[in-house]
Design a protein around this ligand. Structure first.
Ligand code: SIN
Length: 284
């Protein structure tokens, strides 16, 4: 097995390993690399859903995604991220990742980490960006840091309550109400500076997709503060943009990174991915 850094900011590729057949020592080395590099790209994997699930479960308990109509029917621990259509509807979450986020930070217990496996890729487009939130915090100007120390932010699943995001055009009003409001868990309220439970390092923990306010701060004060955090957080030097290769599987740490699907898939081409997601802890 070789572990090669992919950029100066985060990410490493893991080559020469079959994640479905790992001894304990190799798994321990992978786990250590995961904490060091924040995202790992496993090249040349040939995974059935069961094998992807078995590998994912070595890192912890899987969570069944709240998008009930996008789960793999024969194995609901896998959520489909796909623009494939059947009977006039998308079989997967086609808009997943359209805004920068950390997975389901809108829950009381947001997701710890996620695995995305490329089953079918377009010839162009479909990149995923990853942003290092340890570095986002480390490089935050002192004045901004002072304003967020000890504060908690409000995260919502409901896109209709977030002025920074749009409801995807294919959903009419009733569909949007069902997907984003009826299904929404109670808001997650989390420290803006989060401590990683395994490394002890501190990271910025807000995102465009889910963060809509700051606890005990009125909207007029919270909005420009969040805008300043979002602008800083997405500095180009904090981001690694991944161009997928066939049979890549990426594991990312939601506790210290955000990510975004850039889209740009040519019309008529398919991007079909299988995602597994680990349940997480209450952020502190
Ligand atoms: C996601 O946000 O989980 C999906 C990212 C992607 O499809 O690239």
């Amino acid at each position: 097995m070789q572990i090669n850094p992919l950029s100066d900011v985060l990410g490493a590729e893991v080559v020469g390993v079959d994640v479905a057949n790992l001894d304990d020592a190799t798994f321990a080395a992978i786990h250590e690399a995961f904490l060091e590099h924040l995202i790992l790209v496993f090249r040349d994997q040939h995974l059935t859903p069961d094998r992807q699930i078995a590998f994912s479960e070595r890192f912890g308990e899987l969570e069944i995604h709240l998008s009930a109509d996008h789960l793999l029917p024969e194995n609901p621990k896998i959520v489909l991220i796909s623009n494939k259509m059947e009977n006039g509807r998308y079989i997967g979450a086609v808009s997943a990742g359209d805004y920068w986020h950390s997975d389901l930070s809108c829950q009381a217990r947001p997701n710890k980490a996620s695995f995305l496996y490329a089953r079918e890729l377009p010839n162009d487009g479909g990149d995923t960006g990853f942003c290092n939130q340890y570095k986002a915090l480390e490089t935050l100007p002192d004045e901004l840091r002072r304003q967020i120390e000890g504060r908690r932010a409000i995260h919502t699943f409901n896109r209709m309550r977030n002025p920074r995001v749009k409801v995807p055009v294919m959903y009419d009003k009733a569909d949007a109400q069902m997907r984003y409001s009826d299904r929404a868990p109670d808001d997650g309220i989390h420290p803006i500076i989060r401590t990683h439970p395994e490394t002890g390092r501190k990271a910025l923990y807000v995102s465009h997709r889910f963060t809509v306010g700051i606890e005990d701060m009125d909207e007029a004060a919270a909005r420009p503060l969040l805008d300043a955090l979002f602008e800083h957080q997405l500095r180009a030097d904090l981001i690694y943009r991944h161009k997928w290769r066939p049979d890549d599987m990426i594991l990312w740490d939601n506790r210290c990174t955000t990510h975004h699907a850039y889209g740009g898939i040519p019309t008529g081409q398919i991007r079909h991915m299988h995602r597994t997601t680990l349940a997480g802890d209450v952020p502190f």
